[in-house]
Design a protein around this ligand. Sequence first.
Ligand code: FES
Length: 123
Amino acid sequence: MYEGSGSEERIIHVCVNMDCAMRGSEALRDRLQAAVDEQGADLEVNDYVCFAACEQGPNLLIEHKRAFYSEVSEADAEGIVAHALDGPPVEAIDKSSSFIAKKIFNMLDAGFKPGDLSLSEQT
Ligand code: FES
């Protein structure tokens, strides 16, 4: 796994599209937000729509860490937040070396901003 340049925004993007939502991603997102709030962490939790890894969801991206996780459960929330705050990765669910993760990181390198496609910004 490699990390980004540090210029990325400190955002955890959680897929809430249908397949991930059916596997509990909305509850995961809420648990992540609660963990961020409890710690007063300088992190944003963002609703995202589909990383094209639907069958492995719930999926999420920690943008500034260049970390991609699959099959994430609510029980992983504290570990994910810790990683986003410079702790170690949650190795059991870390898919940052996967094909899809590398494609996402290439898009970030090319200037893609996942937040631009977020549900949070839509009305
Ligand atoms: S539905 Fe979550 S990655 Fe596609």
